[in-house]
Design a protein around this ligand. Structure first.
Ligand SMILES: Cc1ncc(COP(=O)(O)O)c(C=O)c1O
Length: 509
Protein backbone atom coordinates (compact mmCIF):
# COMPACT_ATOMS: atom_id res chain seq x y z
CA UNK A 1 0.00 0.00 0.00
CA UNK A 2 1.24 3.51 -0.82
CA UNK A 3 1.65 5.74 2.20
CA UNK A 4 -0.73 8.73 2.37
CA UNK A 5 1.96 11.44 2.63
CA UNK A 6 3.50 10.09 -0.56
CA UNK A 7 0.13 10.27 -2.36
CA UNK A 8 -0.47 13.85 -1.17
CA UNK A 9 3.00 15.29 -1.72
CA UNK A 10 4.53 13.62 -4.72
CA UNK A 11 3.91 15.18 -8.08
CA UNK A 12 4.18 12.56 -10.87
CA UNK A 13 6.38 14.70 -13.08
CA UNK A 14 5.96 12.69 -16.28
CA UNK A 15 2.17 13.03 -16.02
CA UNK A 16 1.98 16.50 -14.57
CA UNK A 17 5.23 18.31 -15.30
CA UNK A 18 6.02 21.77 -13.95
CA UNK A 19 5.51 24.72 -16.29
CA UNK A 20 9.30 24.97 -16.56
CA UNK A 21 9.54 21.36 -17.72
CA UNK A 22 6.74 21.89 -20.22
CA UNK A 23 8.57 24.88 -21.67
CA UNK A 24 11.75 22.79 -21.93
CA UNK A 25 9.98 19.89 -23.67
CA UNK A 26 8.11 22.29 -25.94
CA UNK A 27 11.18 24.24 -27.08
CA UNK A 28 13.12 21.04 -27.70
CA UNK A 29 10.23 19.54 -29.71
CA UNK A 30 9.64 22.73 -31.69
CA UNK A 31 13.36 22.82 -32.50
CA UNK A 32 13.04 19.27 -33.93
CA UNK A 33 9.98 20.32 -35.95
CA UNK A 34 11.66 23.43 -37.34
CA UNK A 35 14.82 21.51 -38.30
CA UNK A 36 12.74 18.73 -39.89
CA UNK A 37 10.64 21.08 -42.01
CA UNK A 38 13.76 23.02 -42.97
CA UNK A 39 15.46 19.87 -44.24
CA UNK A 40 12.49 18.26 -45.97
CA UNK A 41 13.43 19.17 -49.55
CA UNK A 42 16.88 17.60 -49.13
CA UNK A 43 15.65 14.26 -47.81
CA UNK A 44 14.89 11.09 -49.73
CA UNK A 45 11.10 10.89 -50.18
CA UNK A 46 11.04 7.24 -49.16
CA UNK A 47 13.37 5.70 -46.58
CA UNK A 48 15.73 2.83 -47.31
CA UNK A 49 14.56 0.52 -44.56
CA UNK A 50 12.64 -2.62 -43.71
CA UNK A 51 10.17 -3.70 -41.08
CA UNK A 52 12.93 -5.74 -39.38
CA UNK A 53 15.31 -2.76 -39.23
CA UNK A 54 12.67 -0.54 -37.65
CA UNK A 55 11.67 -3.19 -35.12
CA UNK A 56 15.32 -3.62 -34.16
CA UNK A 57 15.70 0.10 -33.54
CA UNK A 58 12.70 0.28 -31.20
CA UNK A 59 13.22 -0.88 -27.64
CA UNK A 60 10.44 -3.46 -27.52
CA UNK A 61 10.45 -4.32 -23.80
CA UNK A 62 7.26 -3.37 -21.94
CA UNK A 63 8.27 -0.11 -20.17
CA UNK A 64 7.90 -0.77 -16.43
CA UNK A 65 9.60 2.54 -15.62
CA UNK A 66 9.41 5.59 -17.85
CA UNK A 67 12.38 7.20 -19.54
CA UNK A 68 13.09 10.93 -19.79
CA UNK A 69 11.53 13.18 -22.43
CA UNK A 70 14.96 13.83 -24.00
CA UNK A 71 15.35 10.15 -24.84
CA UNK A 72 11.85 9.96 -26.29
CA UNK A 73 12.58 12.94 -28.51
CA UNK A 74 15.89 11.37 -29.49
CA UNK A 75 14.08 8.22 -30.71
CA UNK A 76 11.66 10.42 -32.67
CA UNK A 77 14.55 12.31 -34.32
CA UNK A 78 16.95 9.42 -34.85
CA UNK A 79 14.59 6.52 -35.66
CA UNK A 80 11.10 7.70 -36.58
CA UNK A 81 12.04 10.65 -38.79
CA UNK A 82 14.67 8.94 -40.96
CA UNK A 83 12.56 5.78 -41.28
CA UNK A 84 9.46 7.60 -42.51
CA UNK A 85 8.11 8.52 -45.92
CA UNK A 86 8.21 12.30 -46.09
CA UNK A 87 4.76 13.40 -47.17
CA UNK A 88 5.77 17.05 -47.12
CA UNK A 89 8.56 16.51 -49.70
CA UNK A 90 7.87 18.53 -52.86
CA UNK A 91 8.20 15.43 -55.07
CA UNK A 92 5.94 13.18 -52.98
CA UNK A 93 3.36 12.62 -55.75
CA UNK A 94 1.93 9.29 -54.53
CA UNK A 95 -1.76 8.69 -53.71
CA UNK A 96 -3.66 11.83 -52.56
CA UNK A 97 -1.28 13.01 -49.91
CA UNK A 98 -1.10 16.44 -48.29
CA UNK A 99 2.13 17.79 -46.81
CA UNK A 100 0.68 19.14 -43.55
CA UNK A 101 1.64 22.62 -42.36
CA UNK A 102 3.51 24.05 -39.39
CA UNK A 103 0.50 26.10 -38.29
CA UNK A 104 -1.75 23.02 -38.26
CA UNK A 105 0.85 20.97 -36.37
CA UNK A 106 0.86 23.65 -33.69
CA UNK A 107 -2.96 23.73 -33.77
CA UNK A 108 -2.99 19.98 -33.07
CA UNK A 109 -0.71 20.55 -30.08
CA UNK A 110 -3.00 23.28 -28.75
CA UNK A 111 -6.11 21.16 -29.36
CA UNK A 112 -4.60 18.24 -27.45
CA UNK A 113 -3.56 20.52 -24.59
CA UNK A 114 -7.13 21.83 -24.27
CA UNK A 115 -8.39 18.26 -24.79
CA UNK A 116 -11.84 19.47 -25.73
CA UNK A 117 -14.25 16.62 -26.49
CA UNK A 118 -16.70 17.85 -29.13
CA UNK A 119 -19.66 15.63 -28.39
CA UNK A 120 -22.12 18.45 -27.74
CA UNK A 121 -22.15 22.20 -27.11
CA UNK A 122 -22.27 21.80 -23.35
CA UNK A 123 -19.10 19.63 -23.41
CA UNK A 124 -16.97 22.07 -25.38
CA UNK A 125 -18.77 25.39 -25.88
CA UNK A 126 -16.03 27.38 -27.63
CA UNK A 127 -14.70 24.44 -29.64
CA UNK A 128 -18.18 23.54 -30.92
CA UNK A 129 -18.68 27.14 -32.05
CA UNK A 130 -15.34 26.99 -33.91
CA UNK A 131 -16.44 23.78 -35.64
CA UNK A 132 -19.80 25.30 -36.59
CA UNK A 133 -18.03 28.41 -37.92
CA UNK A 134 -15.47 26.49 -39.98
CA UNK A 135 -18.19 24.21 -41.40
CA UNK A 136 -20.03 27.39 -42.50
CA UNK A 137 -16.85 28.64 -44.19
CA UNK A 138 -16.39 25.30 -45.99
CA UNK A 139 -20.00 25.42 -47.22
CA UNK A 140 -19.33 28.88 -48.65
CA UNK A 141 -16.03 27.81 -50.25
CA UNK A 142 -17.50 24.91 -52.18
CA UNK A 143 -20.88 26.55 -52.82
CA UNK A 144 -23.42 24.40 -51.01
CA UNK A 145 -26.66 25.70 -49.58
CA UNK A 146 -26.23 28.03 -46.60
CA UNK A 147 -28.87 25.95 -44.75
CA UNK A 148 -26.79 22.77 -44.98
CA UNK A 149 -25.20 21.32 -41.87
CA UNK A 150 -22.13 19.17 -41.34
CA UNK A 151 -19.31 18.05 -39.12
CA UNK A 152 -15.73 16.88 -39.18
CA UNK A 153 -15.05 13.13 -39.29
CA UNK A 154 -11.87 11.08 -39.61
CA UNK A 155 -11.67 11.24 -43.41
CA UNK A 156 -13.40 10.91 -46.76
CA UNK A 157 -14.24 7.22 -46.23
CA UNK A 158 -16.14 8.02 -43.04
CA UNK A 159 -17.84 10.99 -44.74
CA UNK A 160 -19.03 8.72 -47.57
CA UNK A 161 -20.32 6.19 -45.02
CA UNK A 162 -22.22 8.85 -43.03
CA UNK A 163 -23.77 10.24 -46.22
CA UNK A 164 -24.87 6.79 -47.41
CA UNK A 165 -26.40 5.98 -44.02
CA UNK A 166 -28.33 9.27 -44.09
CA UNK A 167 -29.55 8.72 -47.65
CA UNK A 168 -30.79 5.24 -46.80
CA UNK A 169 -32.71 6.55 -43.80
CA UNK A 170 -34.23 9.27 -46.01
CA UNK A 171 -35.22 6.97 -48.89
CA UNK A 172 -36.18 3.71 -47.17
CA UNK A 173 -39.30 3.17 -45.06
CA UNK A 174 -38.74 4.82 -41.67
CA UNK A 175 -38.92 1.54 -39.69
CA UNK A 176 -35.83 0.16 -41.46
CA UNK A 177 -33.73 1.66 -38.66
CA UNK A 178 -35.65 -0.21 -35.96
CA UNK A 179 -36.51 -3.45 -37.79
CA UNK A 180 -33.31 -3.93 -39.78
CA UNK A 181 -32.64 -4.06 -43.53
CA UNK A 182 -33.83 -7.68 -43.84
CA UNK A 183 -37.44 -6.58 -43.30
CA UNK A 184 -37.43 -4.42 -46.42
CA UNK A 185 -38.17 -6.67 -49.40
CA UNK A 186 -36.69 -4.49 -52.19
CA UNK A 187 -32.97 -4.33 -52.99
CA UNK A 188 -31.76 -0.76 -52.38
CA UNK A 189 -29.54 0.24 -55.30
CA UNK A 190 -26.52 2.54 -55.27
CA UNK A 191 -24.97 3.96 -58.48
CA UNK A 192 -21.26 4.72 -58.80
CA UNK A 193 -18.91 4.98 -61.75
CA UNK A 194 -16.01 2.61 -62.44
CA UNK A 195 -13.80 5.38 -61.07
CA UNK A 196 -15.66 6.07 -57.80
CA UNK A 197 -13.54 5.58 -54.69
CA UNK A 198 -13.88 2.08 -53.21
CA UNK A 199 -14.94 3.49 -49.82
CA UNK A 200 -18.51 3.84 -51.17
CA UNK A 201 -18.80 0.11 -51.95
CA UNK A 202 -17.20 -0.65 -48.60
CA UNK A 203 -19.78 1.57 -46.86
CA UNK A 204 -22.58 -0.24 -48.72
CA UNK A 205 -21.24 -3.56 -47.44
CA UNK A 206 -20.86 -2.26 -43.88
CA UNK A 207 -24.39 -0.82 -43.82
CA UNK A 208 -25.93 -4.08 -45.00
CA UNK A 209 -26.94 -2.62 -48.37
CA UNK A 210 -24.65 -5.17 -49.97
CA UNK A 211 -21.83 -4.79 -52.47
CA UNK A 212 -23.94 -6.51 -55.12
CA UNK A 213 -26.41 -3.62 -54.93
CA UNK A 214 -23.72 -1.15 -55.96
CA UNK A 215 -24.23 -0.73 -59.71
CA UNK A 216 -21.05 0.26 -61.50
CA UNK A 217 -21.55 2.62 -64.43
CA UNK A 218 -18.94 2.91 -67.18
CA UNK A 219 -16.92 6.06 -67.87
CA UNK A 220 -16.20 8.00 -71.05
CA UNK A 221 -12.78 8.69 -72.56
CA UNK A 222 -12.25 11.44 -69.95
CA UNK A 223 -13.08 8.94 -67.14
CA UNK A 224 -16.39 10.69 -66.26
CA UNK A 225 -19.58 8.78 -65.53
CA UNK A 226 -21.65 7.91 -68.65
CA UNK A 227 -25.03 9.53 -68.06
CA UNK A 228 -26.88 7.38 -70.64
CA UNK A 229 -25.63 4.18 -69.00
CA UNK A 230 -26.56 5.52 -65.55
CA UNK A 231 -30.14 6.12 -66.69
CA UNK A 232 -30.31 2.70 -68.37
CA UNK A 233 -29.16 0.94 -65.18
CA UNK A 234 -31.69 2.82 -63.04
CA UNK A 235 -34.53 1.95 -65.42
CA UNK A 236 -33.45 -1.69 -65.53
CA UNK A 237 -33.49 -1.81 -61.71
CA UNK A 238 -36.93 -0.18 -61.49
CA UNK A 239 -38.24 -2.71 -63.99
CA UNK A 240 -36.84 -5.51 -61.78
CA UNK A 241 -38.66 -4.08 -58.70
CA UNK A 242 -35.54 -2.73 -56.94
CA UNK A 243 -35.33 0.65 -55.20
CA UNK A 244 -32.74 2.98 -56.79
CA UNK A 245 -31.86 5.54 -54.09
CA UNK A 246 -28.28 6.86 -54.16
CA UNK A 247 -26.00 8.16 -56.89
CA UNK A 248 -22.41 9.33 -56.43
CA UNK A 249 -20.76 12.04 -58.51
CA UNK A 250 -17.03 12.40 -57.98
CA UNK A 251 -15.63 15.91 -57.74
CA UNK A 252 -12.23 14.58 -58.73
CA UNK A 253 -11.71 10.82 -58.95
CA UNK A 254 -8.83 9.21 -57.11
CA UNK A 255 -7.25 7.66 -60.23
CA UNK A 256 -7.28 10.50 -62.76
CA UNK A 257 -8.89 13.51 -61.06
CA UNK A 258 -11.90 13.40 -63.43
CA UNK A 259 -14.75 15.66 -62.35
CA UNK A 260 -18.17 14.13 -63.07
CA UNK A 261 -20.73 16.49 -64.66
CA UNK A 262 -22.60 17.56 -61.52
CA UNK A 263 -25.50 19.27 -63.30
CA UNK A 264 -26.26 16.19 -65.43
CA UNK A 265 -26.01 13.78 -62.50
CA UNK A 266 -28.31 16.03 -60.46
CA UNK A 267 -30.86 16.09 -63.27
CA UNK A 268 -30.93 12.27 -63.26
CA UNK A 269 -31.13 12.22 -59.45
CA UNK A 270 -34.13 14.55 -59.54
CA UNK A 271 -35.87 12.61 -62.33
CA UNK A 272 -35.64 9.30 -60.41
CA UNK A 273 -35.88 10.67 -56.87
CA UNK A 274 -32.34 9.58 -55.94
CA UNK A 275 -30.15 11.08 -53.24
CA UNK A 276 -27.23 12.82 -54.95
CA UNK A 277 -23.94 12.52 -53.10
CA UNK A 278 -20.80 14.30 -54.26
CA UNK A 279 -17.52 12.71 -53.23
CA UNK A 280 -15.30 15.79 -53.21
CA UNK A 281 -12.73 14.21 -50.88
CA UNK A 282 -9.94 14.83 -53.37
CA UNK A 283 -11.11 17.77 -55.47
CA UNK A 284 -13.36 19.80 -53.14
CA UNK A 285 -10.98 22.59 -52.24
CA UNK A 286 -10.03 23.13 -55.89
CA UNK A 287 -13.09 25.43 -55.69
CA UNK A 288 -10.59 27.97 -54.32
CA UNK A 289 -8.65 27.99 -57.60
CA UNK A 290 -10.12 30.38 -60.18
CA UNK A 291 -9.39 28.00 -63.10
CA UNK A 292 -11.42 25.15 -61.50
CA UNK A 293 -14.22 27.18 -59.93
CA UNK A 294 -16.77 26.67 -62.73
CA UNK A 295 -16.70 22.86 -62.22
CA UNK A 296 -18.52 23.47 -58.93
CA UNK A 297 -21.49 25.36 -60.42
CA UNK A 298 -24.05 22.62 -59.63
CA UNK A 299 -22.66 21.75 -56.18
CA UNK A 300 -25.73 23.39 -54.67
CA UNK A 301 -27.82 20.45 -55.99
CA UNK A 302 -25.99 17.86 -53.88
CA UNK A 303 -27.89 16.23 -51.01
CA UNK A 304 -24.59 15.44 -49.30
CA UNK A 305 -20.90 16.09 -49.86
CA UNK A 306 -17.78 14.30 -48.61
CA UNK A 307 -14.68 16.47 -48.24
CA UNK A 308 -11.18 16.00 -46.89
CA UNK A 309 -9.54 19.09 -45.41
CA UNK A 310 -6.60 16.73 -44.77
CA UNK A 311 -6.07 16.67 -48.52
CA UNK A 312 -6.28 19.96 -50.42
CA UNK A 313 -6.42 22.24 -47.41
CA UNK A 314 -2.91 20.84 -46.83
CA UNK A 315 -3.82 19.80 -43.27
CA UNK A 316 -2.24 16.87 -41.44
CA UNK A 317 -4.44 13.78 -40.96
CA UNK A 318 -7.01 13.35 -39.74
CA UNK A 319 -9.73 15.68 -40.86
CA UNK A 320 -12.59 14.69 -43.15
CA UNK A 321 -15.92 16.49 -43.41
CA UNK A 322 -19.47 15.55 -44.34
CA UNK A 323 -22.15 18.06 -45.32
CA UNK A 324 -25.88 17.35 -45.50
CA UNK A 325 -28.31 19.64 -47.30
CA UNK A 326 -31.17 18.49 -45.06
CA UNK A 327 -30.03 18.60 -41.45
CA UNK A 328 -33.18 16.77 -40.34
CA UNK A 329 -32.35 13.75 -42.52
CA UNK A 330 -29.00 13.41 -40.74
CA UNK A 331 -30.63 13.87 -37.36
CA UNK A 332 -33.19 11.17 -38.10
CA UNK A 333 -30.29 8.82 -38.94
CA UNK A 334 -27.94 9.43 -36.07
CA UNK A 335 -29.98 10.77 -33.12
CA UNK A 336 -30.33 8.14 -30.46
CA UNK A 337 -31.91 8.62 -27.07
CA UNK A 338 -29.92 7.73 -23.99
CA UNK A 339 -30.23 9.22 -20.53
CA UNK A 340 -26.48 9.94 -20.30
CA UNK A 341 -26.62 12.06 -23.46
CA UNK A 342 -29.93 13.84 -22.71
CA UNK A 343 -29.46 17.61 -22.80
CA UNK A 344 -31.30 19.33 -19.95
CA UNK A 345 -33.09 22.65 -20.31
CA UNK A 346 -31.12 24.63 -22.85
CA UNK A 347 -31.74 26.97 -25.77
CA UNK A 348 -31.60 25.19 -29.17
CA UNK A 349 -28.11 26.58 -29.94
CA UNK A 350 -26.74 25.23 -26.69
CA UNK A 351 -28.74 21.99 -26.84
CA UNK A 352 -26.90 21.20 -30.09
CA UNK A 353 -24.99 17.91 -30.18
CA UNK A 354 -22.73 16.61 -32.97
CA UNK A 355 -23.64 13.02 -31.99
CA UNK A 356 -27.02 13.68 -33.62
CA UNK A 357 -25.36 14.19 -37.03
CA UNK A 358 -22.63 11.57 -37.27
CA UNK A 359 -21.55 8.13 -36.08
CA UNK A 360 -19.13 9.21 -33.34
CA UNK A 361 -19.65 10.33 -29.75
CA UNK A 362 -16.20 11.43 -28.50
CA UNK A 363 -14.58 13.68 -31.12
CA UNK A 364 -11.27 15.52 -31.23
CA UNK A 365 -11.00 19.26 -31.77
CA UNK A 366 -10.22 18.89 -35.50
CA UNK A 367 -11.81 22.25 -36.19
CA UNK A 368 -8.97 24.13 -34.50
CA UNK A 369 -6.48 23.28 -37.24
CA UNK A 370 -9.04 24.10 -39.92
CA UNK A 371 -9.74 27.46 -38.25
CA UNK A 372 -6.05 28.31 -37.71
CA UNK A 373 -5.26 27.36 -41.30
CA UNK A 374 -8.11 29.30 -42.93
CA UNK A 375 -7.85 32.31 -40.66
CA UNK A 376 -4.05 32.31 -40.39
CA UNK A 377 -3.24 31.76 -44.06
CA UNK A 378 -6.33 33.17 -45.76
CA UNK A 379 -8.19 32.07 -48.86
CA UNK A 380 -6.16 34.22 -51.28
CA UNK A 381 -2.90 32.39 -50.55
CA UNK A 382 -4.58 28.98 -50.38
CA UNK A 383 -6.25 29.62 -53.75
CA UNK A 384 -2.91 30.65 -55.28
CA UNK A 385 -1.22 27.49 -53.97
CA UNK A 386 -3.97 25.21 -55.30
CA UNK A 387 -3.83 27.01 -58.65
CA UNK A 388 -0.06 26.42 -58.65
CA UNK A 389 -0.62 22.68 -58.02
CA UNK A 390 -2.95 22.60 -61.04
CA UNK A 391 -0.33 24.44 -63.10
CA UNK A 392 2.34 21.88 -62.08
CA UNK A 393 0.18 18.96 -63.28
CA UNK A 394 -0.57 20.76 -66.56
CA UNK A 395 3.15 21.48 -66.98
CA UNK A 396 3.93 17.78 -66.63
CA UNK A 397 1.22 16.96 -69.16
CA UNK A 398 2.74 19.42 -71.66
CA UNK A 399 6.23 17.98 -71.13
CA UNK A 400 4.97 14.42 -71.60
CA UNK A 401 2.99 15.24 -74.73
CA UNK A 402 6.03 16.96 -76.23
CA UNK A 403 8.37 14.06 -75.36
CA UNK A 404 9.55 11.10 -77.41
CA UNK A 405 9.65 8.66 -74.52
CA UNK A 406 6.50 9.20 -72.42
CA UNK A 407 2.78 9.26 -73.15
CA UNK A 408 -0.29 10.43 -71.23
CA UNK A 409 -2.92 7.79 -70.43
CA UNK A 410 -5.59 10.24 -69.20
CA UNK A 411 -6.21 13.95 -69.63
CA UNK A 412 -5.25 16.17 -66.70
CA UNK A 413 -8.34 17.82 -65.25
CA UNK A 414 -7.19 18.83 -61.77
CA UNK A 415 -3.78 17.93 -60.32
CA UNK A 416 -3.58 14.18 -60.99
CA UNK A 417 -1.54 12.92 -63.94
CA UNK A 418 -1.42 9.37 -65.37
CA UNK A 419 1.23 8.49 -67.91
CA UNK A 420 3.77 5.85 -68.84
CA UNK A 421 7.26 5.51 -70.18
CA UNK A 422 7.41 4.25 -73.76
CA UNK A 423 10.97 3.85 -75.10
CA UNK A 424 11.11 5.49 -78.54
CA UNK A 425 11.56 2.18 -80.41
CA UNK A 426 8.40 0.80 -78.81
CA UNK A 427 6.45 3.97 -79.55
CA UNK A 428 7.02 3.48 -83.27
CA UNK A 429 6.22 -0.25 -83.05
CA UNK A 430 2.96 0.50 -81.19
CA UNK A 431 1.86 2.95 -83.84
CA UNK A 432 2.36 0.32 -86.57
CA UNK A 433 1.14 -2.77 -84.67
CA UNK A 434 -2.02 -4.76 -85.37
CA UNK A 435 -4.36 -5.55 -82.47
CA UNK A 436 -2.66 -8.76 -81.29
CA UNK A 437 0.79 -7.23 -81.54
CA UNK A 438 -0.41 -4.10 -79.69
CA UNK A 439 -1.72 -6.25 -76.82
CA UNK A 440 1.67 -7.96 -76.55
CA UNK A 441 3.55 -4.65 -76.61
CA UNK A 442 1.18 -3.19 -74.01
CA UNK A 443 1.87 -6.10 -71.68
CA UNK A 444 5.57 -5.49 -72.10
CA UNK A 445 5.04 -1.79 -71.30
CA UNK A 446 2.99 -2.68 -68.21
CA UNK A 447 5.88 -4.78 -66.89
CA UNK A 448 8.46 -2.16 -67.78
CA UNK A 449 6.54 0.66 -66.08
CA UNK A 450 5.93 -1.44 -63.00
CA UNK A 451 9.69 -2.01 -62.72
CA UNK A 452 10.29 1.69 -63.33
CA UNK A 453 7.89 2.63 -60.53
CA UNK A 454 9.64 0.30 -58.09
CA UNK A 455 13.03 1.72 -59.14
CA UNK A 456 11.74 5.28 -58.64
CA UNK A 457 10.34 4.56 -55.20
CA UNK A 458 13.61 2.88 -54.15
CA UNK A 459 15.70 5.69 -55.59
CA UNK A 460 14.17 8.26 -53.24
CA UNK A 461 14.37 11.47 -55.32
CA UNK A 462 10.68 11.43 -56.41
CA UNK A 463 7.69 9.26 -55.51
CA UNK A 464 4.75 8.19 -57.71
CA UNK A 465 2.05 5.60 -57.16
CA UNK A 466 0.21 3.48 -59.73
CA UNK A 467 -3.21 3.15 -61.32
CA UNK A 468 -4.83 0.77 -63.76
CA UNK A 469 -6.72 2.50 -66.57
CA UNK A 470 -8.49 0.49 -69.25
CA UNK A 471 -6.35 -2.46 -68.18
CA UNK A 472 -3.09 -0.48 -68.67
CA UNK A 473 -0.57 0.06 -65.87
CA UNK A 474 0.03 3.80 -65.30
CA UNK A 475 2.53 5.86 -63.43
CA UNK A 476 0.25 8.10 -61.42
CA UNK A 477 0.99 11.29 -59.56
CA UNK A 478 -0.97 13.94 -57.68
CA UNK A 479 0.33 17.43 -56.96
CA UNK A 480 -0.97 18.58 -53.60
CA UNK A 481 1.85 20.51 -52.04
CA UNK A 482 2.58 24.24 -51.73
CA UNK A 483 6.32 23.37 -51.91
CA UNK A 484 6.12 21.74 -55.36
CA UNK A 485 7.35 23.86 -58.28
CA UNK A 486 7.33 23.52 -62.08
CA UNK A 487 11.00 22.57 -61.80
CA UNK A 488 10.04 19.58 -59.59
CA UNK A 489 7.93 18.24 -62.46
CA UNK A 490 11.00 18.40 -64.72
CA UNK A 491 13.13 16.66 -62.08
CA UNK A 492 10.51 13.88 -61.90
CA UNK A 493 10.87 13.17 -65.63
CA UNK A 494 14.68 13.38 -65.34
CA UNK A 495 14.54 10.85 -62.49
CA UNK A 496 12.43 8.48 -64.59
CA UNK A 497 14.78 8.84 -67.58
CA UNK A 498 17.79 8.17 -65.37
CA UNK A 499 16.15 5.01 -63.97
CA UNK A 500 14.60 3.70 -67.19
CA UNK A 501 17.70 1.72 -68.25
CA UNK A 502 17.77 0.04 -64.81
CA UNK A 503 14.10 -0.91 -65.17
CA UNK A 504 14.65 -2.22 -68.71
CA UNK A 505 17.53 -4.39 -67.54
CA UNK A 506 15.44 -5.78 -64.65
CA UNK A 507 12.60 -6.45 -67.07
CA UNK A 508 14.89 -8.42 -69.35
CA UNK A 509 16.11 -10.67 -66.52
C1 LIG B 1 -12.16 10.54 -54.19
C2 LIG B 1 -11.81 10.00 -52.83
N1 LIG B 1 -12.80 9.60 -52.00
C3 LIG B 1 -12.54 9.10 -50.79
C4 LIG B 1 -11.25 8.96 -50.34
C5 LIG B 1 -10.99 8.38 -48.97
O1 LIG B 1 -10.51 9.39 -48.13
P1 LIG B 1 -9.83 9.03 -46.70
O2 LIG B 1 -8.52 8.39 -47.04
O3 LIG B 1 -9.68 10.37 -46.06
O4 LIG B 1 -10.73 8.12 -45.98
C6 LIG B 1 -10.19 9.34 -51.18
C7 LIG B 1 -8.80 9.15 -50.76
O5 LIG B 1 -7.87 9.40 -51.48
C8 LIG B 1 -10.48 9.90 -52.45
O6 LIG B 1 -9.51 10.29 -53.28
Amino acid sequence: MMDKTKIDNERPSALDPSSEEIRGWGSAAIEVVAAYLDSIRDRRVYPETSSKQIREKLDRALPGEGIGFERLLETFSDVLVPMSRHNGHPRMFGYVQAPGTAIAAIADLLASALNANLTAWRSAPAAVEVERLTIDWIKEIIGVDAGATGLFVSGGSMANLAALATARRAKAPADLTSRGAQFFPRAMRVYVSEETHHSVAKAAALLGIGRDNVRVVGVDECFKIRIGELVAKIEEDLEAGHLPFFVVASAGTVNTGAFDPLAEVSEVARRFNLWMHVDASYGGFAALAPSAKSLFDAMREADSVALDPHKWLYLPVDCGCVLYRDAEAARATFAHDAEYTRVLEQQPDEAFAFWDYGPELSRRFRALKVWMMLKGVGLRVLGEMIEKDLACARHLERLVRASEDFEMLAPVELSIFCFRHVPSGLKLALARANEAERARLNQKLDRLNERLLIALQQDGSSYLSNALLGGRFCLRGCVMNYRTTLRDMEILLDDLRRLAPVASRRDAT
